[in-house]
Every structure is written in C-alpha cells, then in structure tokens.
Ligand binder design. Sequence first.
Ligand code: SF4
Length: 414
Amino acid sequence: MTTQRDRIDIQLAGDTPATESAARVEAGVVAKGAGEGKMNLFDLDRASLERFFEETLGEKKFRAHQVMKWIHHRYVTDFAEMTDLGKALRAKLEASAEVRVPQVVFDKASTDGTHKWLLGMDPKNAIETVYIPDKGRGTLCVSSQVGCALNCQFCSTATQGFNRNLSTAEIIGQVWVAARHLGNVPHQQRRLTNVVMMGMGEPLANFDNVVRAMSIMRDDLGYGLANKRVTLSTAGMVPMIDRLALESDVSLAVSLHAPNDELRSELVPLNKKYPIEQLMDACVRYALRKRGTSVTFEYTLMKGVNDQPQHARQLLRLMRQFDNAVQMKDAAKVNLIPFNPFPGTRFERPDDAAIRAFQKLLNEAGMIAPVRRTRGDDIDAACGQLKGQVMDRTRRQAEFQKQLQARGLGNEAA
Ligand code: SF4
C-alpha cells in the first residue's frame, strides 16, 4: 500500500530520490529542466505544431508530422535522434523547442496488473496516473489538475485541495510515460486502447488544455485512439458540457453518485450550482448532437448513504427519462462503483449482498448496470483513491486535518 510515510519520503523534481521506489525511475525518463523560452512540443496538437513549423521555423507542415511520429510513436525526445530531419532543422529545433517529459517520481505495480505512476509536475506538485489492463483492453486514467477544487465528499483527491490546472504538455506527458513504459506502438501493438479523463481534477474546469490533449490522443500522428475510446468524466459542469459538445466528439461520463438533489448536493457540492435536472438536460443535448452516443453515469455505492432500494428506484426513473428524451432504448449506461475507502473517510463500502441487491433492482427493470471491479486497491490506485502531492491553495488539507482531529484520528489518516 502507498502509505503516508511513502508520500512524505517522496522528493520531487530536483531532489535526490529518498526511497528505493523513488530510485526506480525508468532509465531515461527524467524531467528535462524547463528550457528557457523554449516551446515544449508536448503542448502542441497537430494544428498548432504545423503552425509552429510554418510560422516560427519557416518549415513545411509535413516536418511537423515527422516530429509528431518521433515523439508519440517512437518515444524519441532528443532532436538529434530524429534522423529523417536535416541537420539544419535539428539545430533550429534544438535552439527553439524541447520535449519536456514529466518526471517519474515513482511507479508501482499492483498484484492485479494495475500500474500507478506518481509524476512530478513542478518542484512542489505531483499527480497520479493509473493503467488498468483488462481482457482485450488497456485503460489509462489520466489527471487534469493538481488536486481538485470541487470537494466531492467521498473522494480522496478532494481532501488534498487544489493547486493549479495541468498544461496540455503535462496531460499528454502522462500518456507518453505510460505508453512508453508499456511498449505501446500506435496502430500496431496497442497496449493502451482507452483513455479516461477520470484521474485527479475536474477536466471541464481545465477545458482548453484537456481538449487539446484529447486531440493528440485521437490523432493518427499521436496515439490514434477512436473518439469513443477517449472518455471525459465530469462532476457536472453544465455549460462546459455544452461547449464540449461543440468542440469534441469524445465519450462522456457523468459522476452522478446520487439520484436526488438533496443527497447529491451533499455528496457533490457542485450540484447546488447545477442541479440534476439541468445536468440531465445537458447530457441529453450531448447525446442528441450525434445519433447513437451513449452517456455513462457513474454511481459510487456508499453504505447506508445511497445504496437503498429507494435510491435504485429514483436512479431508474432518471435513466428512463434520459432514454425517452434521446429516443433511444438503453442510451443511458450506469456503472456501479463500490466505494473504495481511503484513510480518514467517513464513508464505507456496502457489503457484497447490498451491492448485488441494488444491481438486481436495476437489472429487473431491464437496465444493464455493471459493477466495476475494484482494481489496484493494494497500491491506492482504485477509483476515488488518487492522491498526489498538492501544495494546497484552498486550505482544504488543513480543514480535513481539523475534521480528523475532531474525530480523534489525528494526522495518521491524512
Ligand atoms: S470526484 Fe472528481 S470532481 Fe469530485 S473532488 Fe474528486 S477529482 Fe474532483
């Protein structure tokens, strides 16, 4: 298990790794120092890289395509190794650009094949990225912010507060590190088949950087993933769901977690701003923009909180309303996620019988609602457990500590 002790021992960018695990940084995967004034090419999707080549370097567009392949298909970050570029162009690139890879502070493998990386984003902050292999697919759970400002009550990330948005480079850098580690070859040997923007942070609160990074994930010169294999998960930022519908074609997942406003406002405070009716309407608009789009609703089951029969019936009603509005049977998909505990949380996972009973109620009404298998909980990589190193600007960490102390749990549970 990742323990508080591990976390304290982690030393971020520039420090000597303090633990064995910190020393297990993959050979070659080290953060390059921020090149002064240099453009980090991880920040650029195809269109902006073409512009950079044409307008800044005075080169042809196709050179940008060659460089994308070197970076995202062959994991080469040193311009000197990009052998199909002329010497003069390599020198120009060296002078004005860089490919700055996030620092792997440590990585851990779970007994079930799940793999977690702690990636240093700057000298004070680090985020987590998780790879989950399954039959015929490999899913990478990617973070969009350092911490999260939304404060969902059952989420480990929320207890860490918030520092800042990640840049496009820092988002796509997570994919690069994992894909390189896995030996992924886009279009040939696909170890990485899906990306879910479900790690630390609310992706729609970092809209532009996330959309640009998702465009690299879906580009043939990037990671070549189909639209439906890239999923953005939101706690329900209604206006931004509409904006996403205009600008991107990825799959949408909504963290619902409660079937009525009273309970949802308690669990997901954003619900006070965008209540369920508004949220569901935005989901309908998202699904209607393209025929056949399904929307996935995530529902974390917490013992005695939202796992009762009346909750299942309310959830069913909501999902049926959604199906009717988009005029498509089974358009709404529900994933049931048994709560994954983390130190200091006041919530508990329901026992297996209660989870099955909740699922049965949905199934008997004709709704398919798979229970997501918990993966990587031995390395704190399960859903809702991600927790990097956040220099909190919201004072939430301090507040969480205060609450724990009031409950007699002290610092141990942080
Ligand atoms: S569940 Fe998602 S949106 Fe809510 S606090 Fe956690 S990371 Fe943020």
